[in-house]
Ligand binder design. Structure first.
Ligand code: F6P
Length: 361
């Protein structure tokens, strides 16, 4: 054991949960305890629990059996302490002051944040505010810049793919068009991967604005060549060409007054344009829940364990990323406020087009 001068480490999970969070906590704690003699404090419900002063001790007993368990044993919340202007009831202090107070009260030498874009942006701000922070990239959306992978993504794609395949068999039986809406507000990584993996006919992504007439044309072509059914995978952030010209505020207004999900809207558009019977399934949180698959268990464990080495070296203010098949640490500012979108002209899009998938645009 190399005894670390970093003795007590806090860990929190923030933002939408993702399969692999528990595996990452376990990897982090096992390495820290066994290799470096560190102690771990689990901060409950993300930054919210940090503000309110809620935590538990993490030890071999309570982390050893969580490798394959979905969700996060610590709980999570979408709290943005730097935007929270309220005084925290428990401390009478601002959100940031409360976090600093608890960091000190709990005698933390460092804190590890398991989060997506927003949570790692906050981690960067906390680092600038003087806390020793390390970020890990988790999100089913796979949309953090500078990392080829975020843990949780593979399990979500696997879940979506399996669901689409199930939907395909009933689509065949009833000669229907089936629209499947998958997660991804700003990016379409889940839609692209699960759509290709399940043999979809159309994939609609936030990155490629669609025209309903082009979607309908593809479906009618299918029918013309004797294909009994069509599968349309729609990312929840998909937008048509008119919507793509709107600014953020106007777009939000259109969406909030729509009265249905984008998948439901696309299904109606298809029925109107083609006259073909169309059904819709919104997969929603099925994609986020449940046990991580082996790849996510591996990646999350690897990220968690590696975070300890950086803590030991006192390399703070960084997020670990996956590049060229290995973990690297880059400054948190590099990912702050950014989103990794699918490049319009990337080879994955080209592959999909080569095999006849339409993006509706
Ligand atoms: O965490 C990412 C994500 O799953 C997105 O894909 C989705 O748009 C969003 O979270 C849903 O969030 P919530 O569970 O807060 O409704």
């Amino acid at each position: 054991m190399s005894i670390s001068s970093v003795k007590r480490v806090g860990v929190l999970t923030s933002g939408g949960d993702a399969p692999g969070l528990n595996a990452a906590i376990r990897g982090l704690c096992l390495t820290g305890i066994k290799k470096y003699g560190m102690k771990f404090v689990g901060i409950l419900d993300g930054y919210k629990g940090f503000e309110q002063g809620r935590c538990i001790d993490l030890n071999i007993e309570n982390i050893d059996s969580i490798l394959a368990v979905g969700g996060t044993l610590l709980g999570s919340a979408r709290e943005k302490p730097f935007k929270n202007k309220e005084k925290i009831k428990e401390t009478g202090l601002s959100a940031i002051e409360s976090i600093k107070k608890h960091y000190k009260d709990w005698k933390l030498d460092a804190v590890v944040v398991l989060g997506g874009n927003g949570s790692n942006t906050t981690a960067g701000f906390l680092s600038n505010a003087g806390l020793n922070v390390i970020g890990l990239p988790k999100t089913i959306d796979n949309d953090i810049v500078h990392t080829d992978y975020t843990f949780g993504f593979s399990t979500a794609v696997e879940c979506a793919t399996e669901c689409i395949e199930r939907i395909k068999t009933t689509a065949f039986s009833h000669s229907r068009v089936m629209v499947v809406e998958v997660m991804g507000h700003k990016v379409g990584w889940i839609a692209l991967h699960s759509g290709i993996a399940s043999g979809a006919d159309v994939i609609l992504l936030p990155e490629i604005p669609y025209q309903k007439e082009i979607v309908a044309k593809k479906i009618l072509e299918n029918a013309k060549v004797g294909k009994k059914y069509s599968i349309v995978v729609v990312s929840e952030g998909a937008q048509d060409t008119n919507e793509s010209k709107l600014d953020k505020k106007a777009f939000k207004k259109v969406r909030s007054s729509m009265g249905c999900s984008i998948g439901e809207r696309v299904a109606k558009e298809i029925e109107n344009e083609t006259g073909l019977e169309t059904r819709v399934t919104v997969l929603g949180h099925l994609q986020r829940g449940g046990s991580p698959n082996p790849y996510d268990r591996f990646m999350a464990t690897h990220f968690g364990a590696t975070a300890c080495d950086y803590i030991y070296k006192k390399e703070f203010g960084k997020i670990l990323v996956w590049q060229n098949n290995s973990i690297k640490a880059i400054p948190l500012e590099l990912v702050s406020g950014q989103t990794k979108k699918i490049p319009f002209d990337c080879d994955m899009i080209q592959t999909a087009k080569n095999i006849g998938i339409s993006f509706g645009g």
